[in-house]
Design a protein around this ligand. Sequence first.
Ligand SMILES: *Cc1c(COP(=O)(O)O)cnc(C)c1O
Length: 345
Amino acid sequence: MDLSRFPRRRYTQGVTPLEFLPNFTQALRNSCGPSGGPNVWIKRDDMLGLTPGGNKTRKLEFLVADALAQGADTLITCGAPQSNHCRATLSASIKEGMKCRFVIEERVPNSYRLDASGNNFLFRLLGVEAITVVPAGTNMLQAMQQVSDDLAGAGRKGYIVPGGGSNAIGGLGYVACAQELQQQFFEQGVQIDKIVVGSGSSGTHGGLLAGFLGNHINIPLIGIGVSRDPVDQDPLVHQEAQAVADLLGLKLTIPREAVLSFGDWWRPKYSMPNAAMVEAVQLLARTEAILLDPVYTGKIMAGLIGLARQGYFKRDENVLFIHTGGAPSLHAYEPEVLGLTGLPA
Ligand SMILES: *Cc1c(COP(=O)(O)O)cnc(C)c1O
């Protein structure tokens, strides 16, 4: 597939590593009982560019290029108080000499604190121009449009980046990742049997799916929901994958059965810690010295661990975990991640 006809900025030099995790694989296998566990590999998208990287960096390469093509001087986006996406968008705006404004959705009333740690601290350090805090359930697109209108009134031009950077243009970032993976599998001589990927605003899962189908890569993608059960998540992923395929002009109908996700690891709520997340974060840190995060990748890896213990993966199957980043928010959850507080299973 030819991605070169889409404008793209680059925020990472080269490709992110594809690595085997020997110590983690052994520890997981020891906890899986007689059925044994899979070989676990990792795609280090936590090592992408932008203070620090994560999956939003790949989407922003195409979204910011589009903003520049439209003559925008300010990026406007939205997210939760510890949004990795907001931090990465701000970071991209700095590289481009643009300004950046956020609309932050306070999902728990009065939970937003200007002096909070983690990504919130980085918003201030990196110099966000303005933050509008709105209550849960606010129409975020409308709130961002209001910011854009205010800027227009001052003779400026805003560009609205959707939540999570997940639209057809943003999804191209994960089509690029699919192509990068295809080349790495070939060059490293690795045969991956299944891929575990986080599924939130769905640009990552949906973009990868469109990229895999478009490139005839037949490795099943297993989404782990971070905020929704499959009944709500799968249609979003399907819609995103179809929008990406259409933008690419693939003349491809995404089969509904190509979308698969599990919703068992995100509870009690989006961004609220649980015990399985803590186990996953600690296990990867203590076997491979790789940091996961409490909101996304800790729960996603908990899904991989849980599925392995249920015997979902065959012994010695090669399972690839896509590390989508997020480590800055670890610092906003230190006591929970160290196991110093009681948590729901
Ligand atoms: C945003 C995010 C995800 C979810 O990706 P989507 O493309 O929104 O589905 C996963 N992991 C991390 C660290 C994220 O910041």
